[in-house]
Design a binder for this molecule. Structure first.
Ligand SMILES: O=C(O)[C@H](O)[C@@H](O)[C@H](O)[C@H](O)COP(=O)(O)O
Ligand code: SF4
Length: 602
């Protein structure tokens, strides 16, 4: 029996629609005007058009005419991200498949893709969040040739899918289908990887053993198998109807994966022929509420308290952290994937994956069922999963009605927790977020003296000097978007995890970010206003008692109001030149802050 739409889901949707009314109306007007201009190529001069198909070979005749729609391939391929390396082979597969539905496809442009695993703890991480907006701009540049009637977006990882969505929404009248590569096969278990890292942090093993373990964890093409931001993106693309159903977690370089890529191209061609609606029409308030529910039900990455807000803004919608908080209170936790548990996304997929999850959320009235998707109206198609048919194409079958492993994936009748494990924090240190789904209950409320650090290395040095063997709240500040680009501080997880395992009460408070793969240590992150904007985190001094209450959602420095009022906000060093950081000073200066999506575009 399917429950009626949950009242909180309806209420949050209504308040997003209400506060966004004028912005959304203006955005839809822009889409209507673009659509009214007809087939893109028809607006070009003969000279423009000839330039556009000069190198198109046998596709020149259909491109010279206007009967066949032309699809833009916007790709984040590179060899650096294991998740994107398989994308290199996709364009030729896509072009051939498009022709089967009398459409052409051209590689319209590449977008940059940073690997947060390579840059974690390194200076390059200071470009990572800012790269999301650069990816959005690069997507618009690719589409600006005005040769296209549909978009195929090839990308998976952290900032790439959000950037591609934001960029595609600037051409929101075009149908857009996302095409992933899928997760690498399972290697060293994620919790074993984390245990070995803590041994290295304590000096119990050397670099050779650590590298050997890491190489067994990250061993081949495909997305890393923990449930971080990249795999949260994959889940979101299904819930938002931007993927073909069940495509998220099919491994790369398999016949089914290639069949799905070809079918995505054909489906985009069909949508371009119909020219009825684009990604901007599809991604309405309901789609974003569904996305937040999917994130909460699966314990997804905290980075989406930034990215989903920025993505929604690109569609003319204003989403707030309080919307996340309200939905978290009514969304049960149905999946336990590392760092929320020990399983990885391959286990999740095998246990029933997205098809089972969507069926449960729809049955509970937790998703708007009647949204538009790239395979038509309604989400019921997403309760099915792809199989390779006899003819080598894709067929869809019902997902299992029961979870294949209730340690990884559960139904509404026995959730891991009654709520979604994301809390909004408020108090005299500002506002922030905390993901408690990966934090044991006994560690969710921490009251301890502050140790203040201006950068990650200072904390690592203090740990190695043995100065942290006590209860503490590590305040790592000056890590906001305007200061140094808001890096992830995930590199601190092993040290803080060792202190927690030694029995100390430990928490992290920062205006920076953590990785979607961060977990067991309670972390109040995205604290806003950031210190570089005069945020109160800049008033904290060593020894101040700080209380982080992840259950009640409070973040307080227990300092008298009179002393607090007298304190100056500490100055924070800004990003030094080098690593290209100096090229991003305008983006940092224009950043609109964590709660508004930490974007420099709007
Ligand atoms: O938000 C995320 O999911 C992270 O940015 C992730 O993409 C990053 O790669 C982590 O650093 C991987 O985890 P390890 O660094 O622990 O391998
Ligand atoms: S999941 Fe993270 S570490 Fe893995 S390829 Fe993507 S960005 Fe790199």
């Amino acid at each position: 029996m399917v429950e009626p739409l949950h009242p909180t889901v309806a209420e949050v949707t209504a308040r997003i629609e209400s506060r966004s009314q004028d912005l959304r109306a203006g955005y839809l007007e822009q889409l209507g005007a673009a659509r009214a201009q007809g087939r893109a190529r028809g607006r070009l001069s003969c000279t423009n058009l000839a330039h556009g198909f000069a190198a198109a070979g046998s596709d020149q005749p259909p491109l010279a005419g206007l009967q066949w729609p032309n699809l833009a391939i916007v790709s984040a391929y590179n060899d650096m991200l294991s998740a994107h390396q398989p994308l290199g082979a996709y364009p030729e597969l896509i072009k051939a498949a498009a022709r089967e539905v009398t459409a052409t496809a051209q590689f319209a442009g590449g977008v940059p893709a940073m690997c947060d695993g390579v840059t974690q703890g390194q200076p390059g991480m200071e470009l990572s969040l800012l790269s999301r907006d650069v990816i959005a701009m690069a997507t618009a540049i690719a589409l600006s040739h005005d040769m296209f009637d549909g978009t195929l977006a090839l990308g998976v990882c952290d900032k790439i899918v959000p950037g591609l969505v934001i960029g595609a929404l600037s051409y929101g009248h075009l149908p857009t289908v996302f095409v992933p590569a899928g997760p690498m096969t399972s290697g060293l278990a994620n919790d074993e990887k984390a245990r070995i890292r803590q041994q290295f942090a304590e000096g119990k093993i050397g670099r050779a053993e650590l590298l050997e373990a890491e190489s067994r964890a990250y061993h081949g093409p495909g997305t890393c198998t923990f449930y971080g931001t990249a795999n949260s993106n994959q889940m979101l693309m299904e819930v938002m109807g931007l993927h073909l159903p069940g495509t998220a977690f099919v491994n790369p370089n398999t016949p089914l994966r290639d069949a799905l890529t070809a079918e995505a191209a054909r489906q985009c061609g069909r949508l371009a022929h119909a020219a009825e609606r684009g990604i901007g029409d599809m991604l309405d308030a309901r789609a974003f509420v569904n996305a937040i529910v999917g994130l909460l039900a699966t314990g997804g990455s905290t980075n989406h308290t930034l990215h989903l807000v920025a993505m929604a803004r690109a569609a003319g919608l204003i989403v707030t952290w309080d919307d996340f908080g309200a939905l978290s209170a009514v969304t049960p936790s149905l999946a336990k994937i590392y760092p929320n548990g020990s399983a990885d996304v391959n286990h999740f997929h095998a246990a029933g994956g997205m098809g089972f999850l969507m069926a449960e959320l729809l049955r509970g009235g937790l998703l708007h069922p009647d949204v538009e998707t790239v395979v038509g109206s309604g989400l019921s198609a997403y309760t099915r999963e792809p199989r390779l048919a006899e003819d080598g194409r894709v067929e869809w079958v019902d997902a299992p009605a029961q979870s294949g492993d209730t340690d990884v994936l559960r139904g509404l009748d026995n959730p891991f927790a009654p709520t979604g494990g994301l809390r909004v924090l408020d108090g005299n240190l500002g506002r922030g977020v905390i993901k408690v789904s990966a934090v044991k209950p006994e560690h969710r409320v921490i009251e301890a003296p502050a140790m203040v650090f201006e950068d990650q290395q200072a904390l690592i040095d203090a740990f190695q000097a043995g100065r942290m063997n006590h209860d503490l709240v590590a305040v790592v500040r000056g890590q906001g978007p305007k200061a140094n680009g808001m890096p992830e501080l995930h590199k601190l997880t092993p040290q803080l995890g060792v202190l927690q395992d030694r029995g100390f009460k430990v928490a992290l408070v920062t205006d920076g970010r953590m990785s979607g793969a961060s977990g067991k240590v309670p972390a109040a992150i995205h604290v806003t206003p950031e210190v570089a904007d005069g945020g109160p985190l800049g008033k904290v001094r060593d020894g101040d008692v700080i209380r982080l209450d992840g259950e009640r959602g409070t973040l307080e420095a227990q300092v008298s109001a009179s002393v607090w009022a007298m304190r100056e906000v500490a100055a924070v060093p800004t990003s030094p030149p080098g690593y290209g950081r100096e090229l991003f000073s305008a983006l940092r200066a224009a950043n609109n802050g964590a709660e508004a999506g930490a974007a420099s575009l709007f």
